[in-house]
Write a protein that binds this ligand. Structure first.
Ligand code: ADP
Ligand code: MG
Length: 283
């Protein structure tokens, strides 16, 4: 299957405020829908992701951000819609064909879990063992290079339990890039880290994008991360893309939902119902 369908958006125009995008996106989602039983999670997401760009996806919890990333790597098959990776339709591929696609996509999962029973080197080399026929020596070199990239040279023989939370994330990041993917998807990479350790992770993500040219998609709640990383801001709400623009346009928008999210302000009617709960009972 080849040839892309027309670009997303009712009028086929690039996102507002965005520079005119290059013709061929790396990833194209077209009208993607996904439900779990009665729960309609994604309700028609269309999105183009471009080579070398750092796109940050924000949105309330439970709105389908992780599901969206899993659809991009083929871990979840959408109910409806199309997913393209480098012009090739991938949403209906079988596992064997998907393996080839996944080699090019690094993923840092939300929990970033390392295998507790394996040392750092074995953790990082896991994708190499699965997807390549490298020799042990080649793997050791790749592992050392990945560790150097995340600033943790020489910790190959440590066990995950000996590492701090920030170091564990960095090892997970090294594992996500060890196959030298052309795109890395990060799901909440700074969750559970203090602001300083978060800043280190954000800096790493940004450097991998800007210095190595790795296309980057970051799902986050953390507006400090978004500020540091984003070339482009996308907000998902109720299973749809409700904003998609360059960061400046995004921060200046007068869309109330976007502004409330940026500034962490709850819905006024929700606040009112909480305040009502503290009022004396009328007896
Ligand atoms: P978030 O935006 O916080 O990352 P998710 O994408 O994880 O949200 O999930 C969106 C919704 O879909 C949630 O209500 C979640 O419980 C539900 N969900 C996600 N994966 C599954 C699954 N495999 N089976 C059933 N429900 C799921
Ligand atoms: Mg999530």
């Amino acid at each position: 299957m080849s040839g892309l369908p027309p670009p997303p958006g009712p009028d086929g125009q690039p996102p507002s405020g965005a520079a005119v995008p290059p013709a061929n996106p790396m990833i194209r989602l077209v009208d993607v829908h996904m439900s779990f039983g009665p729960l309609r999670v994604l309700r028609g997401v269309s999105l183009d992701l471009y080579h070398g760009q750092a796109a940050v996806i924000v949105g309330p919890s439970g709105t389908g951000k992780s599901v969206l990333l899993k659809i991009i790597v083929g871990l979840i098959k959408p109910d409806r819609g199309q997913v393209f990776f480098e012009n090739k339709r991938i949403d209906r591929l079988g596992e064997a064909e998907l393996v080839e696609v996944r080699k090019k996509i690094g993923m840092l999962f939300q929990m970033g879990a390392l295998f507790d029973s394996m040392n750092v080197e074995k953790n990082i080399c896991f994708p190499l063992v699965q997807h390549t026929d490298m020799t042990a020596d080649q793997m050791r070199q790749r592992c050392a290079r990945a560790l150097r990239l995340v600033g943790l040279e020489g910790i190959e023989s440590k066990m995950p339990s000996e590492l701090s939370g920030g170091q564990r994330k960095r090892v997970a990041l090294a594992r996500a890039v060890v196959l030298e993917p052309s795109i890395v998807l990060y799901d909440e990479p700074t969750t559970g880290l203090d602001p300083i350790r978060s800043d280190v992770i954000n800096e790493l993500i940004s450097s991998l994008c800007k210095r190595l040219g790795i296309t980057t998609v970051v799902v986050t709640h953390d507006m400090a991360s978004a500020n540091k990383i984003a070339d482009r801001m996308i907000m998902l709400y109720d299973g749809r893309v409700i904003a998609d623009s360059d960061p400046k346009t995004f921060y200046q928008t007068d869309q109330e939902l976007v502004q409330r999210f940026i500034h962490g302000r709850a819905n006024p009617s929700e606040l009112e119902s909480i305040h009502r709960g503290f009022e004396p009972l009328g007896v």
